[in-house]
Write a protein that binds this ligand. Sequence first.
Ligand code: EPZ
Length: 436
Amino acid sequence: MQVVRIRGGQPLDGEVTVSGAKNACLPMFAAALLTDEPCILHNVPDLSDIRFMADILQHLGAQVTRIDDNTWSITAQTIGTHAPYDLVRKMRASVCLLGPLVGRMRQAQISLPGGCVIGQRPIDLHLKGLARLGCDVTISQGYVYVDAKRLQGADVFLGGRQGSTVTGTANLLMAAVLAPGVTHIESAACEPEIVDLCHLLVSMGAQIEGIGSHALTIEGVDRLSGFNYRVVADRIQAGTFIAAGLMAPSGTVQVKGVNSNILTAFLHKLEEAQAPITVEKDTITVKGGYIRGLKPIETITLPYPGFPTDLQAQMCAIMTLTEGISIITERIYPNRFMHVPELQRMGADISIEGSSAIINGVEHLSGAPVMASDLRASAALYLAGLAAVGETWVQRIYHLDRGYDRFDEKLRDLGADIVRMEATEMPKALAESCIG
Ligand code: EPZ
């Protein structure tokens, strides 16, 4: 188990280039099951979730090779259709194996993914959508069994209580591209990661219209070719580095390699707060040292193009130091506030009312030993540590390693005083102070 120690108050200066998007890569790895031809994916971030998805594909029988740090090759000539609990439970995104197994093999047996710390993670919309496509879906002993002998294009409505479903849309797309007939998906997710998946499927020979909208039309084809594709940049990683630049006491950070058009809601909120940012097509420049003077704002998370829930914790961290009362309301995962008690340990003045965090900006945060809980909450703790007075020790950083490649290295390259070490090297008194 590893921890990072952050000594706050260092200026951040320089350029950081954003990696490929984890949440685009995971369904794209699954999409390689749709063909028996070789598939090559470029700009893949070096993350534990990626290596994990590779393990599952190998378990199913695909040949998976890491060509270099950021390039993978997948060839699924002969594959099975059973994804076991001990693999699926560790990463719920493996649920997006359902669609390609249904499309290619006309059957799937996959463990139900279960929930996680950010809340319930149901897949009822995925299963209803597959049933609309003629699948027989049964759930027994924690597994989903899909018999898709009668797979057929159909009209599908994918909307749920919180709007569209991202991996649900990915699953329906990957089942429909090989389904006889035409499928219309209403209330589809249109996150940039879904747009990128559609472009990848089209490069394989799929027929998809309405890409980028909430209404997709797919005309099934008999077979798909392999792909050689470069993954879109990770907008959430970009937003996290922009937040880091804002929270530093001084300096200028240039976040490069992401199309600012896919970060509009986040950048719009920062502009509303009068943050010192300059937006160009694929570079966002941000200045540290002005956070206290930002304007307090209200943020509500929504499906794309709304404010992304995956940047909610990072926005929370920013607002802990912004004078005045800011409110962040979580409409996607109402309980996604695991970062709040840890930020409170650092002196943040936050209260939770239902699915809203009410944040009263304070003069400064104080370093403390804190516990990471989920991917984005962990990132918020790193951000708070960069701004805090004194030392912050973030434990259980394996949560962060799932979605951010070399995050501490990249922050150190910008000037942060951040060191990764084994948990055993953490002062014992500190470690004990936060065993809860
Ligand atoms: C994707 O998860 C992302 N993960 C999440 O990122 C992201 O937070 C989420 O979309 C929302 O943008 C990947 O892409 C691998 P949803 P997903 O299905 O697809 C409800 C991160 O930090 N819902 O769009 O699982 C659900 O409970 C991760 O990188 C149903 O009710 O999310 C939630 O409230 C965390 N029934 C909302 O819809 C369903 O069948 C959105 O869920 C499916 C979802």
